[in-house]
Design a protein around this ligand. Structure first.
Ligand code: IVH
Length: 674
């Protein structure tokens, strides 16, 4: 019986492949359904013989409670975006410079607008499909993905490596989108705003039988494997096509940026003729060795860029302008609008940035505003339809006083922003500073949500970040805080209080640059924090540094130096730092410059790759620099060590092994410099 089941499975998969890939109908639909029914019956009688790639899985029926979270073997990064042709030319120049050559090709593809998916095949069989999630880990939605008929359950052709991962975009074809919404309208169900939302909503459904009915589709655009199976992206696309994947036939090879521009022109004109929505074009360096050489920034590959098409524009009336106070006291005016639908969402507000922007627009009460979505996410006021202005409309005048604490605003000469100077008495500033300090990019005390911080401020338990380190379990346990404006008060549960205390304690271990960043000194972002940590090794040294010493540091100009001096001149800040120190927080790099033990890596060249557990990549690099090591981005015979975190690209590991470069884990590296 097993043989019969395997034979039927293979046969039906082959018919499917011919039908969806080659547009060839080898058998009639009735015959297909008949064979499928036989297979279903056999599988029902012999459930242990069901093949992983059975076509019966495509009709769904799997109901799970919740998706399992799976860590990606290779992180799912995004693409850097541009709307400007000049930036594309700059991208091309950058690549030429980095590759030190004008002789390379690009592959241009469409940027499909759907849901990114990573699908793993082992021994030619689909074993797992995971959403992008946060890029590091995503939801396992395998049963739902198996319902998509253009995704092979087992690979065709030959020469596929034992294990491959393909990346692609699941989408809802426009025709299916319209049909689904028509049905939903008839049934008085809420409509999907756009095909992208419908695709991701559908793929996250618990019942794959419903997914199976929705006619989802998928284009594959990427191949990852630890074996070297192709030399170029173009070749990978061809290989995947032969293995049965659905590759949109719109991709082309380009010899230079002019050919790329032609491709963009063609598709910005023809996009409405496609069966799905696209939001731009993706340009990738074709040669895989060159891709390797170009590498990645922390977020994007350097070898690719997305050119996005201009977005839709709509017009709506201004209802009012309100003002928000940020953590640095900067005032942001916000246009409150008559709600209007734009690119799939209802827009009610748009930032006006600052007084200059209000002046640029020449904004008057009740004006008719043209709105666009930059990057299809954030609504932006592009201009005003002056013809529609009411004759008695008054110009919008920027406020003089803070809307939260009535303090007179200040505007530093030459700056766009107005500020509320009442740093210690203006509640959104206090709240903003503390939530910034605990945020993921800073001290990462993620169990402390905004509402809890608000509760702590209201109870006068916390007025600056150092107070967090003196909170007791009893103060937190049962703390009352408002959940939302309208909602009832809630109290903090015992478990949450314990978690917060633990997370605060753990945060004392974070590295110096994260603390500097967390302090929220005006103009001191992540990069400047790293530079300061690297240069001065401790918060005490930064405090003592003169203006001249500060501007001597790479990337620190007069404006930042002035702001740092100003921060450390305030008594309240000095007291706060003292309290942090007394609480046991390390306010210095692991080793300070005047210890003799800080040149452990002198003369050595290291490559850092992947995601680390105890420190982030920037901290690891700081430690290397601190110990006089040299950091390079790619591995060569000159590399002394590769420090490998999780999710490191397979190509790097392989190259290190090939060249005999020792690979160190994070702990081994820390031991090396200890
Ligand atoms: S390549 C390292 N190619 O765009 C990232 N992505 O910002 C490599 N997307 O959500 C991605 N069409 O799912 C690539 N032809 C294409 C694409 C494409 C759509 C999506 C992708 C991701 C986003 C990247």
């Amino acid at each position: 019986m097993l043989e019969k089941i395997i034979k039927l499975t293979e046969e039906l998969n082959y018919f499917n492949y011919q039908y969806y890939k080659k547009d060839v109908n080898i058998i009639s639909d009735q015959e297909f359904d008949y064979k499928l029914k036989i297979l279903e019956k056999l599988e029902h009688d012999y459930p242990s013989f069901v093949q992983q790639d059975s076509p019966t899985l495509r009709v769904g029926g799997f109901v799970s409670k919740k998706f399992e979270t799976i860590a990606h073997q290779f992180p799912m990064l995004s693409l850097s975006n541009t709307y400007s042709k000049q930036e594309l030319i700059d991208f091309d120049e950058r690549i030429k410079k980095l590759l030190d050559s004008n002789d390379f090709e690009y592959v241009c593809e469409l940027k499909f607008d759907g849901l990114a998916i990573s699908i793993t095949y082992e021994e030619g069989k689909l074993i797992r499909a995971v959403t992008r999630g946060d890029g590091i880990k995503g939801d396992d939605i395998t049963p739902n993905v198996k319902t998509i008929k253009s995704i092979p359950l087992s690979l065709f052709g030959e020469n596929w490596p034992k294990k491959i991962e393909v990346r692609g975009e699941i989408f809802l074809p426009l025709k299916s989108f319209q049909e689904i919404n028509k049905k939903r309208k008839k049934n008085n169900e809420p409509l999907f705003a756009n095909p992208r939302n419908a695709a991701s909503g559908t793929m996250k459904m618990q019942d794959s039988a419903i997914v199976a009915q929705r006619n989802m589709d998928c284009y594959i655009y990427g191949l990852l494997s630890t074996s070297n199976i192709s030399n170029s992206h173009y070749e990978s696309l061809n290989l995947m096509e032969n293995w049965g994947f659905n590759i949109s036939n719109t991709y082309i090879k380009c010899n230079d940026i002019d050919e790329v521009m032609d491709y963009i022109k063609k598709w910005s004109k023809n996009r409405s003729n496609l069966p799905l929505e696209i939001d731009g074009v993706v340009i990738k360096v074709n040669d895989l060795r060159s891709q390797d050489k170009l590498g990645f920034t922390s977020k994007f590959p350097r070898w690719a860029i997305a050119f996005k098409f201009e977005s839709e524009s709509v017009q709506t009336r201004l209802k009012s302008v309100t003002y928000q106070v940020g953590r640095t006291g900067a005032i942001t005016p916000v246009a409150n609008l008559e709600p209007i639908s734009l690119a799939g969402t209802i827009v009610k507000r748009a930032s006006l940035h600052n007084a200059n922007e209000i002046a640029r627009l020449g904004l008057h009460e009740n004006d008719l505003l043209a709105i666009e979505k930059g990057g299809d996410i954030i609504p932006k006021v592009t201009h005003i339809n002056i013809k529609e202005r009411r004759s008695n409309a008054l110009p919008i005048k920027f406020i003089d006083e803070c809307t939260e604490c009535n303090t007179t605003l200040v505007r530093i000469d030459g700056e766009a922003n107005h500020y509320c100077p009442n740093e210690r008495g203006c509640s959104p500033q206090i709240l903003g500073r503390i939530t910034h300090f605990v945020s993921r990019n800073a001290l990462n005390i993620d169990s402390l949500g905004t509402k809890t911080v608000q509760g702590l401020i209201q109870k006068k338990l916390v007025k600056d970040v150092s107070d967090l380190y003196y909170l007791t379990f009893n103060q937190l346990n049962g703390l009352i805080f408002k959940s939302t404006e309208e909602e009832k008060a809630r109290s903090l549960q015992k478990k949450s209080a314990e978690n917060i205390i633990y997370a605060i304690e753990k945060s004392k271990e974070v590295s110096l640059e994260l603390i500097i960043f967390g302090l929220g000194i005006r103009y001191v972002g992540k990069t400047v924090s790293e530079k300061l940590a690297q240069h001065f090794y401790s918060l005490d040294n930064i405090k003592k540094a003169s203006f001249e010493q500060l501007i001597a540091v790479d990337e620190i100009g007069e404006r930042i130096a002035k702001s740092v001096k100003e921060f450390f001149s305030q008594e309240a800040n000095l007291q706060m730092i003292d309290r942090l120190k007394v609480s046991g927080m390390k306010l210095a790099l692991e080793k300070s410059s005047n210890e003799s033990n800080d040149n452990k890596l002198s003369g050595l060249t290291l490559v850092v790759s992947g995601v680390f557990l105890k420190y982030n990549r920037a901290s690891i690099k700081n430690m290397i620099k601190h110990h006089k090591g040299k950091i390079t981005s790619s591995i060569s015979s000159n590399t002394d060590y590769l420090i490998a975190g999780d999710n490191m690209g397979p190509a790097k590991r392989e190259k290190a092994l090939d060249l005999g470069v020792p690979i160190l884990t994070e702990t081994e590296f820390l031991n090396l410099i200890a």
